[in-house]
Design a protein around this ligand. Structure first.
Ligand code: C5P
Length: 289
């Protein structure tokens, strides 16, 4: 049996997400506070496999690319190129338990976990991991840190924050997402004034009480309900049933409620009969720190 290494790949939420400006390279300057969740997929890498490539299984495997565009494989290739390793016999198995393209960072998390596993196998220092992560996408660097963290730049400059008190989270995942939705949402924001900044900084200084929907801010909520068909109706129905603010997860279309454990049951019940999959989870500390 060839040797394999496995680790979880958690989902994330943006507890704040401010979009400050559009840069000359087309990306946008962000200020965001991110948080990993207990909800997690898993990655297994086998360095010397007779069946190299990517395989995806699990409840949210449908539509996940297993070709050269797969983020975990791209991350492995980026790391191999930087360290002179051979990945021609590398197999990456993804157990997809995080909804794909939902705003929860599932693909970026798979990529970061793959980098952590290859770091273990190849005994690599931190900086080369962050360089590879950054070359693949904007959320990958955060997942190398995990837990609670503050990210700036296009999302790749990550500073760990002290862990927040645990909070319950209920995710409402609509049945469909959109092609290139992150790029489309950023483009929609370009037509409006950008955020002045300061919300994430204030959030980072907040007292150590569990986060609620009243503390959360996401700039994409300005445009998401115009871009995702039916999302506004789902949002209104959920908020009315729960009686507390809910929010968009990252670039959506997943919606979420966050608060104390005693409110989670009511939030779960609110999803009943609506066109979404309801998932109860909670915030989780970093796997790597
Ligand atoms: O970096 P990532 O591949 O996750 O981003 C997907 C798309 O979202 C980018 O191609 C870009 O159009 C947009 N984006 C942006 N500003 C960011 C991050 C992403 O405009 N900070």
């Amino acid at each position: 049996m060839p040797e394999s290494l496995s680790a979880p790949s958690p989902a994330k939420l943006n507890l704040t997400l401010e979009v400050l400006s559009r840069r000359d390279d087309g990306y946008h300057e962000l200020e965001t506070v991110l948080q990993t969740l207990e909800l997690a997929g898993a990655v297994t890498v086998t360095l010397d496999s007779d069946a190299p490539g990517v395989a995806a299984a699990g409840p949210f495997a449908e539509g996940v690319p297993v070709d050269g565009t797969n983020l975990a494989l791209r991350a492995a290739a980026a790391l191999a190129a930087r360290t002179g390793r051979d990945i021609s016999r590398l197999r990456i198995e993804l157990e997809k338990r995080v909804p794909a393209a939902g705003g929860l960072g599932g693909g970026a998390s798979d990529a970061a976990t793959t980098l952590r596993l290859l770091q273990r196998a190849w005994n690599l220092p931190e900086p080369v991991l962050f360089a590879a992560a950054e070359s693949v996408g904007s959320d990958e660097s955060f997942f190398l840190a995990g837990g609670t963290a503050w990210a700036t730049g296009r999302g790749e400059r990550v500073r760990p924050l002290p862990p927040l008190p645990p909070a319950a989270v209920v995710l409402f995942v609509p049945e469909s997402t959109l092609e290139r939705k992150t790029a489309r949402l950023f483009a929609a924001l370009d037509a409006q004034p950008f955020d002045p900044g300061g919300v994430s900084a204030m959030f980072a200084r907040r007292p150590a009480t569990p986060v609620t929907g009243w503390d959360v801010y996401n700039a994409f909520e300005r445009v998401a309900f115009d871009v995702f068909p039916g999302l506004g109706k789902l949002f209104e129905a959920l908020e009315e049933r729960i009686g507390q603010p809910i929010h968009l997860a990252g670039a959506g279309p997943t919606l979420f409620w966050i608060g104390g454990e005693d409110g989670a049951e009511r939030a779960v019940d609110a999803g009943a009969g609506l066109p979404c999959t309801t998932i109860r989870t909670r915030t989780a500390p970093s796997l790597w720190r």
